[in-house]
Design a protein around this ligand. Sequence first.
Ligand code: ZN
Length: 151
Amino acid sequence: MSDLRQLYQEVILDHSRNPRNFGRLEGANHEAAGNNPLCGDQIMLYVKTEEGVVTDISFEGSGCAISTASASLMTEKLKGISVTEAEEIFERFHAMVTGDPNREAEGAKSLGKLGVLAGVREFPVRVKCASLAWHTFKAAIEESEKPVSTE
Ligand code: ZN
């Protein structure tokens, strides 16, 4: 149980209860839907970019605490940075939640607050919850017309 308690840390609870950047975004020029059928998480992501920079980003949807907190933390992290940098952060985040403990520690340090999600690595089902928003972001930027599924 202590691992689970660790997983649902204060930051995760805070972001799942009070998600930041929640709601439809007016003037978004990218959007994508994401779906994690394993858990029932659904997300709609809205992104506004100008000259390669994420100027605004928001999400809607419903899901478990991990998926909501991860989407909330992601929007906080990505707002105001370049799309290229966002993609690099995605790679590091993905390595953190799926990678080995050594890389995880390294990644957690450079990812700041996103590091609170490192604990999902212990729970394979939760990795999909945590990475759903990120896969959806990638799809939105690449303007994929197919809804994202973690399956
Ligand atoms: Zn979930």
